[in-house]
Design a protein around this ligand. Structure first.
Ligand SMILES: [Mn+2]
Length: 327
């Protein structure tokens, strides 16, 4: 399948491009980049998401590129026969609300947890979903405007930590391709200024609570905190010389939200979190980064000694040898 099949599939249908809930720059860049691509090829689309726009980087991005994206709650007109293209995530993921429309297509760069049949599917394990969308322009020789190129570049840089995390040859090639059309000064500004004073409260809590055991950093943020902020704090803790992998978690609606990072060749983050949370939650992801949750029902029994439980479960999973990062 290639981009032409996607264009053919969508022609004549009311089409939505849906990102995961709490969209980040890669999700928004992918959605916006794809929208402009399809528009050039005669397919009009609307962008939507469930959840909320919770981070500074996502808010700035929407403003900067004038991205029109609607919360699912404000989409009363969506019908069962409408088409949905999923970007930067897959149907049945915990962070992807199943909206009423028909999920006919999926473009994503994450491993699949639950198989799903789409009429058009482009799921490849690369550093950023934005790279996959950029390749559509590249391969089809579709002219790319500065705003679309810049939005894709921002998504690519954020998800790959500027080509240092989970990066593949495609990401590098698409960086090079987009670079020529991007307002690179603007993107660097956006890339650097991703934190607000309020976020420091969560950093403070994580720093206060951090424990390092066998080069694994554990930090509990004892209050609610959005996904992107937890992810930023994970990156920060991973930057410690003493830490080769980290597990950062925050309270979430009675349960916990967990983020894992690894630069250890022995630890695959996705395998680790899936193994460690078995029976009390779920999770998964890439070798370098992964996310998951502990369910509310299960959290009740372990809340008293959550820090011990998390530490013991993750260390046991690492020692089991099941989380080796086999390349
Ligand atoms: Mn992504």
């Amino acid at each position: 399948m290639n981009w032409k099949d996607l264009v053919e599939l969508l022609k004549g249908h009311k089409t939505y491009i849906q990102t995961h809930n709490f969209p980040d720059p890669d999700a928004l860049g992918s959605a916006y980049g794809l929208q402009q691509f399809l528009k050039y090829h005669g397919v009009e689309t609307s962008l939507c998401y469930d959840g909320s726009i919770s981070t500074l980087s996502a808010r700035k991005m929407i403003e900067e590129f004038e991205i029109e994206v609607t919360n699912a709650a404000d989409l009363p007109e969506m019908k069962e026969e409408d088409y949905i293209v999923l970007v930067d995530g897959q149907k049945y993921n915990a962070n992807f609300t199943d909206l009423i429309g028909d999920e006919v297509a999926c473009i994503d760069h994450h491993p699949t947890f639950v198989e799903c049949e789409y009429k058009y599917s482009d799921i490849r394990l690369v550093g950023a979903c934005s790279s996959l969308i950029a390749e559509y322009y590249y391969k089809s020789n579709t002219p790319i405007e500065e705003k679309a190129a810049s939005a894709l570049m921002y998504g690519l840089r954020m998800d790959t930590a500027s080509l240092t995390r989970g990066v593949t040859q495609l990401d590098i090639d698409m960086f090079s391709y987009l670079y020529k059309y991007t307002d690179n000064d603007k993107i660097t500004m956006l890339y650097i200024n991703t934190m607000e004073m309020d976020d420091l409260k969560a950093y403070g809590a994580a720093i206060e609570n951090i424990k390092v055991v066998e080069s694994i950093g554990f930090a509990h943020i004892p209050f609610e905190c959005n996904d992107a902020l937890i992810a930023m704090i994970s990156d920060f803790i991973l930057s410690l010389n003493e830490v080769s992998a980290c597990v950062v978690y925050a309270d979430r609606e009675g349960g916990y939200k967990i983020s894992v990072r690894s630069v250890s060749e022995h630890i695959h983050s996705g395998k680790l979190i899936a193994d460690a949370l078995e029976g009390i939650g779920n999770g998964g992801g890439h070798a370098a980064m992964a996310g998951g949750v502990i369910y509310k029902e299960k959290a009740e029994d372990i809340r008293e000694n959550i820090e011990e439980v998390v530490k013991d479960r993750f260390l046991a999973a690492i020692r089991s040898g099941n989380c080796e990062n086999v390349r």
